[in-house]
Design a protein around this ligand. Structure first.
Ligand SMILES: [Zn+2]
Length: 101
């Protein structure tokens, strides 16, 4: 199957060609959750790697689920992609996103 990622353009920074593989799961950490809550996107969702678009993704995902919405603002999220890569982000310091792989 052909990849179409070169046609994706980021809505925030307007760059293309820096998108991740589709998101497999978002593990959400929040003070109101006793353990990380796994959020699985309903459709293929690729994230721009050139800006902080991943925070928008986590915010939207957390907002979309009653459990995480009620848990309050998320503090940390681990996003795992279909290619096995992952990123670990902390809510309060968006510039500190660290690539795990
Ligand atoms: Zn971007």
């Amino acid at each position: 199957m052909e990849q179409t990622e070169e046609t994706l353009t980021c809505g925030q920074c307007r760059k293309s060609g820096t998108f991740t593989a589709p998101v497999s799961v978002i593990l959400l950490f929040a003070p109101g959750l006793s353990k990380p809550y796994p959020l699985i996107p309903a459709e293929d969702y690729r994230v721009c790697g050139a800006c902080d678009a991943i925070f928008t993704l986590v915010n939207r995902a957390a907002d979309a689920h009653p459990t995480t919405r009620q848990a309050g603002p998320w503090s940390r999220a681990i996003i795992v992609f279909a290619d096995g890569h992952g990123v670990d982000v902390k809510a309060k310091r968006p510039q500190q996103a660290v690539a795990l792989a």
